[in-house]
Structure formats: C-alpha cells, structure tokens
Design a protein around this ligand. Structure first.
Ligand SMILES: *[C@@H]1O[C@H](CO)[C@@H](O)[C@H](O)[C@H]1NC(C)=O
Ligand SMILES: *[C@@H]1O[C@H](CO)[C@@H](O)[C@H](O)[C@H]1NC(C)=O
Ligand SMILES: *[C@@H]1O[C@H](CO)[C@@H](O)[C@H](O)[C@H]1NC(C)=O
Ligand SMILES: *[C@@H]1O[C@H](CO)[C@@H](O)[C@H](O)[C@H]1NC(C)=O
Ligand SMILES: *[C@@H]1O[C@H](CO)[C@@H](O)[C@H](O)[C@H]1NC(C)=O
Ligand SMILES: *[C@@H]1O[C@H](CO)[C@@H](O)[C@H](O)[C@H]1NC(C)=O
Length: 490
C-alpha cells in the first residue's frame, strides 16, 4: 500500500489534490488539559507536605486522563434525571444502546453499550448502579445453545476505585482491557460487566448518595446478577440466557459470591438466573483483605461500614489524621494508588493500634470472605503462587480446601500457577479458561465431578518470563496523535 501511494504521489498534480491532508504530528500525552492542584484547605486537611502533594497530583491527573468524556463527573450518562421510583432489583433505568466509542480504547470492531439499573446493597436497600456491555463483531456459535445469540460472560472486575470515578465503564480501557473484556469480546462472547454500585452512579433517583461497599462479596454479587437481569430486558433475543460467571480479585470474591448466592435459594431470590448458570471461573479471589494492609483496605471498607453496622465510626479504626485523610480521599475521589500514597505515607500514624480489637473487623471478614459455604458448581479457580497481596495464594488455597471439606457442592478445581502474580494469573491461563468457557457452552462434561487440584506449569523455566505488564493501552485518539495507527488511511 505504501508503494501504491508512492506511485500516486508522482502521478501528477491533479491526482495529488485527492491525497489526504495530514495533521501536524503532535507528541502523545496523558496530560490532556489536566492540572489538578490541591487547595490550601485540602493540604491542611490531609497534612500534606509538598512532595506528597506533588505525587498525589501526578497520579490523580493520570487517573483522570484514563476516563472517557472526563468520567462520571462530566459525563451526563451517569446522572439519573426524572426516573420514576423503581420497586425491584434488575429494573432498567437508563440505556445507551450504542455508546460512541471514539473516546474509548476498545478494540476495532467491538462495540459498547452502557446502562443504569437497580440493584440492592448488602442489606437489601434498592439503589442504582451502572454497567457496560462489550459486543463481539461476530458471536461465537454454540448451535442450539446460542441460536445466533451472543454467548454471555458475566464479568466481575477487581479493585478499580472506591468512588464514582472508579467505574470501569467510564475507563477508556474498561479497566481490564486485553486481560479480560477485550479478549472475551474478540473470542466471540458478549461481556456483561457491572461497575458495582457507587462506582459510576453516586446519586440515586431520590438524590441520596450511593456508596461503594468495597469488597463486599454479597453487595457485588447482587450487582453482577442484577446487571444480567437488566441486560436481558434491554437486549432480548440478542444475548443467551446461559452465562458463565467470571471474576478477578475483588471480582473473584464477587464471582464466588455469585455462585454462593445462586446455591442459597432459601435466602436470595435469583430463581430467574439459576437455571442458566453454566459455571464460574475465579481468579485470585480477595480473602481476608482487611488484614493484609489495614491502612488502605480499612479506609476503603471503613468509609461505608456504618451501612452494615450502624454504630461503626471511622474513628473506631483510624486516628484523627487517618479520618482526615479519608475525608480528603473522598473529596478527590482517589483511586488505589492515590489512597495508598495518602494512607501508607504515614502508615504508623493513621491507624489506631487497637483497630482490630473492636468486633467490626472480625465480623466484616467473616461476612465477606468468599468460601466456606455451599456453592453452585462447576467452579474453576486459578491462583498464582507469587500473588503480591501478602498471603493471598495460601488464603485462597485454604478457603478452597475447607469449602470442599465442609460444603462440597460439586465440581471445583483449584489450579496453582507457579511464579505468577496477582494479575498475570489471567494471562498465564488464558488458553485454559477460554477452553473451559467454550466447554460449558458446548455442553461438554466437566473433567472431574469432585474437588481437584492441579498445577499449570510454564513451557519454559519460570524465570524466563516477563513477570508483570509494563505498559497500558493508552488513548491517542486525536488525529494528530495517532499518526502511526492510520497513516493517512492506508
Ligand atoms: C484541551 O483543551 C483545548 C482548549 O480548550 C481543547 O481544544 C482540546 O480539545 C482539549 N484536549 C482534550 C484532549 O480534551
Ligand atoms: C458524586 O460524583 C460526582 C461526580 O464524580 C462528584 O462530583 C461528587 O462529589 C460525588 N458526590 C459525593 C457525595 O461524593
Ligand atoms: C446488614 O447485614 C449484616 C450481615 O447479614 C448484618 O450483620 C447487619 O446487622 C445488617 N445491618 C443492617 C443495618 O441491617
Ligand atoms: C507523616 O510522615 C512524614 C514523612 O515521614 C513526616 O514528616 C510527618 O511528620 C508525618 N505526619 C504525621 C502527622 O505524623
Ligand atoms: C491486631 O493486629 C496486630 C498487628 O498486626 C496483631 O499483632 C494482633 O494479633 C491483632 N489482634 C487481633 C485481635 O486480631
Ligand atoms: C504459604 O504456605 C506455604 C506452605 O505452608 C509456606 O511455605 C509459605 O511460606 C506460605 N506463604 C506465605 C506468603 O505465607
């Protein structure tokens, strides 16, 4: 094509008029007009020193550069206007059937939809949440199971933030980019993915604040299942009733929670979704996170814990400095790294040494840790032995063992991935989970009916491999910035 262009170039002045005009190339940047600066009041509130404030501003600007349309604070999609008061979970409140994808990083020939729907928080209060759907160009065919509809993967994401701006649907790369949603859509599945309540929409139809109940296994399981309900109402005939349930980290706990909710028919009312469940794939589920870095996890969980335990106060866990930093975190809608900088910078000064002596930490952990309950089989769990979250691999393995021992409910396989960290567990095992999902839609029997353990060894010695990704998909969507991608259209 380059050669053809050369010919065209020398073919004469009249033809040259038909050539595209090239914008002057501009250096790509993530700094799109962003220049967040803390106010003097915020510096005082957080007791920030100049270098800490500077680091926080850098990360905040970068995080905001990842938000399509400026994210929920600027994108009117996330605002509910004139919505009639809904009455049950799974109702559709707002739909964008085709989202203009030009400011997202989604792969060419995938399409995006967004919607807002009703769900319930951990204690049953009806609230709104947002969700995206990522569509394949062609739907993977599964004969009589799919009948031309797109096969559904219900995807539960890991920690993406704690406030409205933490919504994956507003993230240019849907937060998990190639690791999961892009890969699934390009393999022919339709991805239905809740943001989780509080991420995306933070104001309900009655004007009340919608918090994100972080790592709340049940709250997030409800959010995922209700998103599926709503998606079925919006796109009848387009998506299969059958679905495979997949999640990682916070979403690994949520996806495990989905299987527990579906198994516990005495408490939870999801009969409409039970029969079409084909199984769950869980990656590196969050177990006992509060104990691993209480300064950070305690702030994310504690900020809304009073919704479950009305007597709880942040000052039960945090010092006045800690409480103030969490106030600041909420003002700036800080994500994970911002919170960690803010709370771990003074790790010994923000948390009360006696924080874990109150009953709340134990009660919350027992309530929210996935496992040790009946589950809906089949389930497949992948965990890397080098999960960088403390003892995560061992906690997950022991939750698997005790679940199988005390609550065996059908096929459940635990796959150890040697020398593999928290996110790369999904990269290393891609062939295995894509095949497993294919097998469920194809109606093939699960290998073992029992609880089984296996190891996914690498082809070359473990030390030969790239350990972690060293890059992100980066939006360079202005014509003068994505020059090498289109090169004038050839
Ligand atoms: C940055 O601001 C300029 C001037 O307001 C505007 O034209 C441009 O579109 C902005 N860039 C982005 C990527 O938003
Ligand atoms: C809700 O989100 C908006 C937009 O992101 C933000 O400006 C606002 O401060 C948030 N409200 C609360 C109460 O946190
Ligand atoms: C919310 O649910 C938890 C777990 O079942 C329970 O311990 C708690 O008392 C409930 N809180 C409220 C406010 O109902
Ligand atoms: C927080 O840590 C910084 C850096 O070590 C220190 O200078 C500052 O005094 C600490 N702040 C408080 C309130 O302890
Ligand atoms: C609380 O945390 C401290 C420090 O991590 C630990 O030594 C102690 O055993 C914990 N106490 C309880 C009651 O869990
Ligand atoms: C996990 O358990 C193994 C075997 O009991 C032990 O050798 C290892 O140190 C544990 N890992 C962590 C991070 O505690």
């Amino acid at each position: 094509m380059i050669f053809a262009y050369g010919i065209l170039l020398f073919a004469g002045a009249t033809l040259a008029q038909d050539l595209p005009t090239f914008p002057k190339p501009r250096t790509q940047s993530t700094a799109w007009n962003l220049s967040f600066k803390f106010s003097p009041e915020q510096v005082k509130l957080g007791q920030l020193w100049p270098d800490l404030a500077d680091s926080l501003e850098t990360v905040l600007d970068w995080d905001r550069s990842q938000l399509a349309n400026g994210g929920p604070s600027h994108d009117s999609f996330y605002t509910l206007d004139n919505v009639a008061t809904p009455h049950s979970p799974g109702e559709v409140l707002k739909v964008q059937r085709v989202t203009d994808p030009s400011v997202w990083n989604i792969p060419a020939k995938t399409a995006l939809s967004r919607f807002i729907y009703t769900t319930t928080n951990a204690n049953g209060t009806l609230i709104p949440a947002s969700s995206y759907i990522l569509w394949p160009w062609t739907a993977k065919e599964f004969g009589t199971t799919s009948k031309g509809k797109a096969p559904v993967v219900l995807w539960s994401h890991g920690t993406s933030g704690f406030f409205a701006d933490g919504s994956p649907s507003a993230h240019r790369s849907l937060f998990y980019h190639n690791i999961m949603p892009f890969m699934l859509a390009q393999a022919g599945y339709v991805v239905v993915a809740s943001d989780y309540a509080g991420l995306g929409v933070n104001t309900s139809w009655d004007g009340s604040y919608v918090p994100h109940q972080y790592t709340n296994r049940l709250a997030q399981a409800f959010d995922s299942l209700n998103a599926l309900r709503a998606a079925r109402k919006i796109f009848p005939g387009k998506i299969t009733d059958e679905y495979v349930n997949v999640g990682h980290s916070q979403g690994g706990a949520a996806a495990w929670g989905v299987s527990e909710v579906l198994a516990d028919t005495s408490h939870y009312k999801f009969q409409d979704l039970e029969g079409d469940y084909l199984g769950s794939v869980i990656f590196a589920p969050a177990e006992d996170v509060l104990a691993s870095a209480p300064q950070a996890f305690g702030s994310w969980i504690g900020k809304d814990l009073h919704l479950m335990y009305p007597d709880f106060k942040l000052s039960d866990w945090f010092t006045p400095l800690g409480v103030d930093r969490i106030k600041l975190l909420k003002q700036i809608q800080g994500g994970q790294y911002v919170s960690e900088l803010l709370l771990l910078a003074n790790a010994t000064e923000v948390l009360k040494p006696t924080w874990n002596e109150s009953w709340y930490a134990t009660a919350f952990s027992e309530y929210t840790n996935p496992g040790n309950r009946p589950y809906k089989a089949p389930m497949l769990l992948f965990h890397g032995t080098d999960d960088n979250h403390g003892d995560a691999y061992n906690l997950s393995a022991s939750a698997f063992e005790s679940t199988c021992k005390n609550h065996y409910s059908g096929a459940f396989e635990f796959v150890t991935i040697p020398g593999t960290a928290h996110f790369p567990s999904m990269d290393a095992s891609r062939q295995q989970w894509l095949q497993w999902i294919d097998d469920r839609f194809s109606g093939r029997p699960v290998g073992s009916k029992g609880c089984a353990r296996s190891t996914l060894n690498s082809f070359l010695p473990v030390g030969s491999y790239q350990e972690l990704s060293t890059s992100y998909p980066e939006w360079a969507g202005a014509p003068d910035e994505f020059f090498e991608l289109v090169a004038g259209g050839f």
